[in-house]
Design a protein around this ligand. Structure first.
Ligand code: NDP
Length: 450
């Protein structure tokens, strides 16, 4: 049995039923195979065996009271995966699908993503199987306070610095920070994604979406092309999707779709972004409401999606930006995108394409930017927020945005150069995985067996 298969088999026994985690590990291990052959020291130092085991996993009870006076209980998680390059850094996800396997897959991805940014940050992730949908503001606050009542003892500006992710935006970060400050009696940069009023960074809210589009711009530049006039399919309508669409419009492209967990909007003349912001950011409503203003747009409810995929990927476009959640783009979806002439796929979400879909993209020679590289703008700007907090300074929007642009370009060129060095010039999965892995593995060796 090959080394990789053996590692996955061992994981299945020691960490049962964590399918998404095995998928993320397999993706990294398969692409770093040529590096492992070239540098036997990684196996001699058991880097893989150490890397797949989180340094620390915290699981805790989150009891809270709903508005009717009933006691509710959720499961809370923080996985401090790897601190070879710096304090653990990665978001918190509040979604009913959250379990230990999902948080581990996200934490594992985060290690390499953070390494790729070139900034001194380790990898971690956390969250809860809490569903913020339909909850009152007071319920969200009580939940966040209870969550932080346990989490605060594990985090710190030099230890572990969480941020947002699905279901955790600026409102939740506010409630979490308030409770941290009350318990720790410290006002420090322990969370990122904070409000601009009290320690947040300009451009953090926009960073993941903008960053993915800057990454796409680098990919198009390399083809001697640009985003100007391009038709773009987007999935999701949350933080990442909204700011990806905003930057696409800025650069002359036309986003023509978006989605939420209930359905997909397709609008040939271009998505009305102000309206999406109003529905999703202000009213926390459903995307279906878009039709009340634009009855010439098409809405496909989730129940009418094709059995083998998502309707958003069945439209004709030049570029695709999956920005919702993991495994939302299947092999059938990939096939349909490619048949419809899509030449560039850039992942705003974490692991949105199934392994079979990724294989198809790579075989087809389409430009494919894996999430680990393309969505790293969020965490990179979080690190810029940490720097501003530590120095008690505030940079303006353009300064942060310029740094973000530079970081995305560096990530792209680092992944591209590495892919070329290993003889697969267009395989950014291989390039990103090797470039990220090498930094972490070398740091682990230098720090000894810990
Ligand atoms: P949000 O909660 O702001 O938005 C998530 C969007 O995806 C919503 O439109 C939501 O629909 C939809 N969605 C979530 N889960 C599902 C599901 N199971 N099926 C279908 N649709 C779903 O999250 P973000 O925009 O912050 O995150 C999106 C992705 O980007 C995630 O994979 C996240 O890990 C990744 N990411 C986020 C970063 C950030 O800075 N925020 C940084 C790097 C990666 P609905 O409104 O119905 O819930």
């Amino acid at each position: 049995m090959s080394y990789i298969k053996e590692t996955i088999e061992k994981l299945k026994q020691t960490s049962p039923a964590q399918v998404e985690f095995y998928q993320a590990v397999e993706d990294v291990l398969e692409s770093i195979e040529p590096l492992l052959e070239e540098r036997p020291k990684y196996r001699e130092h058991s880097i893989i065996e150490r890397l797949v085991e989180p340094e620390r996993q915290i699981m805790f009870r989150v009891p809270w009271m709903d508005d009717d006076g009933n006691i509710q209980v959720n499961k809370g998680y923080r996985i401090e995966f790897n601190s070879a390059l710096g304090p653990y850094k990665g978001g918190l996800r509040f979604h009913p699908s959250v379990n230990a396997g999902i948080i581990k897959f996200l934490g594992f991805e985060q290690i390499f993503k953070n390494a790729l940014t070139g900034l001194p940050i380790g990898g971690g992730k956390g969250g809860a199987n809490f569903n913020p949908k339909g909850k009152s503001d007071a319920e969200i606050m009580r939940f966040c306070q209870s969550f932080m009542s346990e989490l605060y003892r594990h985090i710190g500006p030099n230890t572990d610095v969480p941020a947002g992710d699905i279901g955790v935006g600026s409102r939740e970060i506010g409630y979490l920070f308030g409770q941290y400050k009350r318990l720790a009696n410290r006002f420090d940069g322990v969370l990122t994604g904070k409000s601009l009023l009290w320690g947040g960074s300009h451009a953090r809210k926009e960073a993941t979406g903008y960053g993915a589009v800057y990454f796409a711009q680098c990919m198009m530049d390399d083809k001697g092309d640009s985003l100007e006039g391009k038709r773009c399919l987007i999935s999701g309508s949350g933080n990442v999707a909204i700011y990806a669409m905003e930057k696409l419009y800025d650069l002359g492209a036309r986003p023509i779709s978006c989605s939420d967990s209930s359905g997909t909007i397709y609008h040939e003349q271009g998505i009305d972004l102000d309206l999406v912001k109003r529905i999703k950011e202000e009213q926390k409503g459903r995307l279906e409401e878009y039709l009340e203003t634009h009855n010439n747009a098409e809405y496909t409810p989730r129940d009418d999606y094709p059995k083998d995929g998502h309707s958003v990927w069945r439209y004709k476009a030049d570029l695709a930006f999956p920005c919702a959640t993991q495994n939302e783009l299947t092999a059938k979806d990939a096939q349909s995108l490619l048949e419809n002439g899509c030449k560039c796929i850039v992942e705003g979400a974490n692991m949105p394409s199934t392994q079979a879909a990724v294989d198809l993209f790579i075989e087809s020679g389409a430009a494919y930017g894996p999430g680990k590289a393309a969505n790293a703008g969020g965490v990179a700007t979080s690190q810029l927020e940490m720097v501003q907090n530590a120095s008690m300074l505030r940079w303006d929007f353009d300064e942060v945005d310029e740094k973000l642009k530079g970081i995305m370009s560096n990530i792209y060129h680092d992944a591209k150069r590495t892919a070329e060095d290993f003889g697969h010039p267009s395989n950014l999965v291989l390039g990103a995985n090797i470039a990220g892995f090498r930094k972490v593995a070398d740091a682990m060796i230098e720090q000894g067996v810990v």
